[in-house]
Design a protein around this ligand. Sequence first.
Ligand code: SAM
Length: 261
Amino acid sequence: THFGYETVTESEKQDRVAGVFSSVAESYDKMNDIMSLGIHRLWKDHFVSSLNPGATTPLGKPQRMLDVAGGTGDIAFRMLQHAHVHNANPNIHITISDINPDMLAVGKQRSLDLPVSYQSNLSFLEANAEMLPAQIKDNSLDLYTVSFGIRNFSNIPAALREAHRVLKPGGVFACLEFSKVDKYPLLNAIYKRWSFSAIPLIGQLVAADRDSYQYLVESIDRFPSQEAFRDMIVDAGFAVSGDGYENLTGGIAAIHKGIKP
Ligand code: SAM
């Protein structure tokens, strides 16, 4: 592959991922829209409404959520909106965490445009998902989300174990990630062509950064299938219902959920 990924060590992979996201931070939101033809917004809206944040908060105790690899805030901001508007419930707290300070800085800047009451529900944390800091305590969270982040982690089982550790019993792990379109050969062919030819080219033209977007495409290709990833979630100790996942747009993306027993 482009970066010879299979032969590099975990820390080398982490450095590369850091480099990619530092260089795409500024163009990240615009590029998401271009590369996905805007569809990532629909997936994210669906992901958040399926989690219904703010619905189950007991009186007095805020619902505590952690958005891991939260980057520029797309998921957390939707969760705030959903809790405040759909559930008329401001009694929530969301920590946006990311390993990359440049992505977090863009998220912080964007959060200043939110209503002040939303901003007071929010905090930011620079953290590696594979080794969350001690301030995120065991059994302390109601909801853990990770959206388009987990495929970049060097050690996915370690991150899943951390998710399991920090969630309360009954707490929900929810992941939105690119996945496999194997069941639809024609859609798969079009999608593969789009991602392997168009996306690096668009990255070059729009963000002057072909390599980073090439990396993103390859990281999608390497990510496990819906079933294999579901099995990893189960191995980390989560209970899943039904298949354990929901395909979006034929499997271009998928939502996986697990509950900590
Ligand atoms: N969640 C956002 C979204 O849905 O638009 C951002 C996704 S962005 C494609 C992936 C993010 O994962 C980047 O911000 C990157 O810094 C972060 N990331 C990569 N490796 C990480 C790790 N080990 N721990 C925490 N965040 C990580």
